[in-house]
Write a protein that binds this ligand. Structure first.
Ligand SMILES: [Zn+2]
Length: 172
């Protein structure tokens, strides 16, 4: 299921395809490195564990996303600039499922202050632009998980964008 969704995603890559081509083999190696959205139970368990770890390290522990930012971990990158990058979720929950993350480490949306206004606006605009680039003309869902009840599993702020199918409401 996840694999066919991933292949569908690749078909939508279009212009980004050549950039991504070289990363594909390494990307396949990541198949088991699920970080954002596994089955529901997994996600909740890992979210709780992530919270324990983040409080132990005062939310400054490098995450899997830090490694994607510094290039030590490959990702299927769709867009990047000086402030953020967008890449496909390794375990997609929709035909199109990508994340937008700031390069700057802000662990949680609940820790944002007025000094992050521009950054937060930028993340949403990039989410919108990449959604358009991915052909999500019938709409999409934008999600930010925060903390335990939000099932946040990586303590580096990230915006989920999901599309290509009908979303239900309310979310679980
Ligand atoms: Zn997530």
């Amino acid at each position: 299921m996840a694999c066919s969704a991933l292949r569908t995603g690749y078909r939508h890559l279009g212009a980004a395809r050549s950039v991504v081509q070289g990363k594909r083999d390494m990307w396949k190696l990541l198949g088991k490195a699920r970080y954002c959205t596994a089955s529901n139970g997994d996600e909740v368990d890992r979210a709780k564990q992530a919270t324990v770890e983040s409080s132990r390290f005062r939310n400054k522990k490098p995450t899997i996303f830090s490694k994607i930012i510094d290039g030590t971990l490959p990702a299927d990158i769709l867009y990047e600039d000086s402030k953020c990058l967008a890449f496909r979720d390794v375990n997609p929950q929709a035909p199109v499922h990508f994340l937008v993350i700031p390069r700057f480490l802000l662990p949680r949306i609940s820790q944002a202050t007025s000094e992050h206004v521009q950054l937060l606006g930028h993340l949403l605009l990039v989410a919108r632009n990449v959604a358009e680039q991915q052909g999500l003309t019938d709409g999409y869902r934008v999600v930010i998980n925060d903390g335990v009840h939000g099932s946040q599993s990586v303590y580096h702020l990230h915006v989920h964008v999901l599309g290509g199918r009908q979303m239900s409401w309310p979310p679980g």
